[in-house]
Design a binder for this molecule. Sequence first.
Ligand SMILES: CC(C)(COP(=O)(O)OP(=O)(O)OC[C@H]1O[C@@H](n2cnc3c(N)ncnc32)[C@H](O)[C@@H]1OP(=O)(O)O)[C@@H](O)C(=O)NCCC(=O)NCCS
Length: 145
Amino acid sequence: MQESDLSAVMINENNAYEFPCSLSNMSNNQKRYYCVVFEAGVESNSPGEILGHAILSTVADEASVINIAVSPKAQRQRIGYQLMENILQHAQDKGCVEVFLEVRESNRPAFTMYHQFGFNEVGVRHNYYPSKQGREDAILLASYL
Ligand SMILES: CC(C)(COP(=O)(O)OP(=O)(O)OC[C@H]1O[C@@H](n2cnc3c(N)ncnc32)[C@H](O)[C@@H]1OP(=O)(O)O)[C@@H](O)C(=O)NCCC(=O)NCCS
């Protein structure tokens, strides 16, 4: 992800989430963390379009998945899976031994994907996310690399 990708990444972010992060938050992440995008291929209708993004932070031997999002029109095509593989490989290359992430309790698609990567529940952050009903718990997941 380059700085010049930010507006396209924000379109993806806004399409993928009911409660997206702000442009300034995304911009800070882009400067500080390992950020990747998945672009549509040359054979597609919209070559170069950003269809997914993922963000990972690493501190010492721990990594955290900050964000992973795939455009609704491109979901269930293994893009999220490939983004996860990419960022987990980066974490490994950086010498990390464990990865953490938070996920909304109701987010079944994400849970299913994370379980494929060996993530298990290690905690709960009550009322962590805003939701249409008020607040929603975050489940903390972790996986060894
Ligand atoms: C979670 C998300 C990133 C998955 O991306 P994706 O590209 O659609 O997922 P993939 O096609 O790579 O699927 C990988 C695996 O995840 C699981 N999965 C993904 N979407 C699923 C769904 N809607 N229902 C059930 N399982 C699902 C499946 O096990 C799938 O493997 P399979 O194709 O062999 O069945 C995507 O749904 C998304 O961007 N959601 C909105 C943003 C979000 O919630 N991000 C996560 C925040 S914690």
